[in-house]
Design a protein around this ligand. Structure first.
Ligand SMILES: Cc1ncc(COP(=O)(O)O)c(C=O)c1O
Length: 380
C-alpha cells in the first residue's frame, strides 16, 4: 500500500489540526505583504468593510454594531463582560470548560458579582436548572454562555438559554469564539445582547483581532461601565463611529488578512458553506478514528464540528508525546487535551482543511499506531 500523504499547507507548513490559530490560505497570508498607515484611506476602507460584514454572520446585518478590540479572543470576552455587566449587576456564568471558568475569573478580577452554574465538561447546562436559578435569584442581570466550549468541543444549547431572556429580565452575553462563522446564531431573534469572537478561528484569519457584535441600545447603556481604558467597548465604538479609526494602534496587517479571510468566507457561502465543510471534515475524522479503535468523549448529538476530543488509548505502548511527535513529523499538528474529567487529546476540523486532509490525517494516525506497535480494539 502507498504511504499516507504528508500534511502540507499551501505554503508548505504542517497542517494545524488545532483550535486556533489555524492553517490559513496563502491569499490570506499574502494580504499582509503591504504596509499601510493607520489613517491611510485604503486601510480605513478595509476596516470599514470588515466591521460592516461581521454582524451578518450572526444574522444581525444593519441591526448590530461590530466593535473591534485589538488582541486575542480573550480581550474581546473581557471587554464584553466588563463593559456590559455594570458594577451593580450580577452575572450568571454557565461553565462546562476552561472558557466558562475564564469568564468567571474575568468577572472576579473586575470585581463584578457573579454566580456559577457548572456542569461536567461532557455535559451541557440543563436549561431547566438555569431557569430555576434565575427564578430563585432575581438579582441576576446577565447570563454568560459559551456556544462551543472548545475545551471538549461540546455544543451548548445557546438558543434555549437565550430564550430565557423572554421570561426573566436578563441580558445574554455569548462567547462564540470557536463557533463564529461555522455554526448558526441568530443574535437578534434570540435577543442576545453581545457576541464575542476573534479573527483566527472559523473565519480563517490570522490572530490579533477580537471583536464583539453588540445590540446598539444595550451597547449605548454600557457607557461608563468599563474597568480599564483599553477594554472599554463603548468608548471604542463611539470613537470608531466618529473617526473611522482606532483609539490605539490597530493590528493593521491582521485586519488586512481578516478582510481577505472574510471575502473568502463569503465566497464559500458564509456560515452554511463554511459550517458544511467543517461538518464533513468532522464526519470523516470521527468515523475514521473510531474505525481505528479510538473513542470520542462526546456522543454525536453533543459534538460541534469544530474540534473532537478523543480518549487517550489505554495501551501500554501508546505514549502521547511519541504519537504527537510522529504525527508532527508527518505534517499533522494535533492538540493535547484540556479536560479534567478524562485523559484525552484533541484534533481540530477547522481552518483551511478539507475532507481529503482529514482522510490523510486518519491514514497517518493508522501508520503511526502501527509504527508504535499499538493495536486498538474497535470502538463503536
Ligand atoms: C470558546 C473560546 N473562548 C475564548 C477563547 C480565548 O481566545 P484566545 O486564546 O484567542 O484569547 C477560546 C480560544 O480557543 C475559545 O475557544
Amino acid at each position: 500500500m502507498a504511504p499516507a500523504n504528508k500534511g502540507l499547507s499551501e505554503t508548505g507548513d504542517p497542517l494545524l489540526l488545532t483550535p486556533g490559530p489555524l492553517t490559513t490560505s496563502k491569499s490570506v497570508k499574502a494580504a499582509m505583504l503591504h504596509d499601510w498607515g493607520s489613517r491611510d484611506a485604503a486601510f480605513l476602507r478595509l476596516n470599514r468593510e470588515v466591521l460592516e460584514w461581521l454582524p451578518a454572520i450572526v444574522c444581525a446585518n444593519g441591526k448590530y454594531a461590530a466593535v473591534p478590540m485589538q488582541g486575542s479572543g480573550t480581550f474581546a470576552v473581557e471587554a464584553m463582560l466588563t463593559s456590559f455587566v455594570p458594577p451593580s449587576g450580577k452575572c450568571l456564568v454557565l461553565i462546562n470548560g476552561a472558557y466558562g471558568k475564564r469568564a468567571k475569573r474575568i468577572l472576579d478580577i473586575a470585581r463584578r458579582t457573579s454566580v456559577v452554574y457548572e456542569t461536567a465538561e461532557d455535559t451541557p447546562p440543563d436549561v431547566a436548572e438555569v431557569e430555576r436559578i434565575l427564578e430563585a435569584d432575581r438579582a441576576i442581570t446577565h447570563v454568560f454562555a459559551v456556544q462551543c466550549e472548545t475545551t471538549s468541543g461540546i455544543l451548548n444549547p445557546i438558543g434555549a438559554i437565550a430564550e430565557l431572556e423572554r421570561k426573566f429580565p436578563v441580558d445574554v452575553l455569548v462567547d462564540a469564539m470557536s463557533a463564529f462563522g461555522a455554526l448558526e446564531l441568530d443574535a437578534p431573534f434570540l435577543r442576545i445582547k453581545a457576541v464575542a469572537a476573534s479573527s483566527n478561528k472559523c473565519i480563517e484569519g490570522v490572530p490579533g483581532l477580537g471583536f464583539a457584535i453588540c445590540e446598539p441600545t444595550a451597547l449605548e447603556a454600557c457607557a461608563g461601565n468599563a474597568t480599564t481604558l483599553v477594554l472599554d467597548l463603548h468608548d471604542q465604538w463611539v470613537n470608531t463611529n466618529k473617526t473611522g479609526q482606532y483609539r490605539f494602534t490597530p493590528p493593521i496587517h491582521v485586519i488586512a488578512a481578516f478582510h481577505q479571510a472574510l471575502s473568502e468566507f463569503r465566497a464559500e457561502g458564509g456560515v452554511a458553506g463554511r459550517g458544511g465543510r467543517y461538518a464533513r471534515n468532522a464526519r470523516v475524522l470521527i468515523d475514521g478514528m473510531r474505525g481505528l479503535g479510538f473513542k470520542t468523549l462526546l456522543p454525536d448529538d453533543l459534538q460541534a464540528p469544530i474540534i473532537v476530543t478523543f480518549h487517550m488509548p489505554k495501551h501500554p505502548r501508546f505514549v502521547f508525546q511519541t504519537f504527537y511527535d510522529k504525527l508532527k513529523d508527518r505534517g499533522y499538528v494535533i492538540y493535547p487535551g484540556k479536560l479534567t474529567v478524562a485523559d484525552s487529546f484533541r484534533i481540530g476540523c477547522i481552518g483551511r482543511l478539507n475532507e481529503g486532509h482529514m482522510r490523510d490525517t486518519v491514514a497517518n494516525v493508522a501508520e503511526v499506531l502501527a509504527e508504535m506497535g499499538v493495536e486498538l480494539t474497535h470502538a463503536r
